[in-house]
Design a binder for this molecule. Structure first.
Ligand code: SF4
Ligand code: SF4
Length: 65
């Protein structure tokens, strides 16, 4: 299972990650980004690469944890 983690201490709400995601996983709501459709994430890591603040991380969760 893939989890999209956003560190709101670092996130500036710039929206770059949401615009670069080809799978409509991320959305901007009230100047903050949210992972609205985490089930669609393919872990392409484009959002991590585009985020200048290092605020977004894609993590794999094992089913047992
Ligand atoms: S690119 Fe980074 S700083 Fe910009 S909205 Fe996404 S997580 Fe926040
Ligand atoms: S890793 Fe790729 S598919 Fe997943 S949220 Fe980021 S840009 Fe979208």
């Amino acid at each position: 299972m893939i989890e999209v983690k956003i560190d709101y201490e670092k996130c500036t709400g710039c929206g770059k990650c949401a615009r670069c995601c080809n799978f409509s996983v991320l959305e901007i709501l009230d100047d903050a980004v949210a992972a609205g459709n985490p089930g669609k994430c393919t872990a392409c890591l484009k959002c991590e690469a585009v985020c200048e603040s290092g605020a977004i991380k894609i993590v794999w969760q094992s089913r047992k944890s």
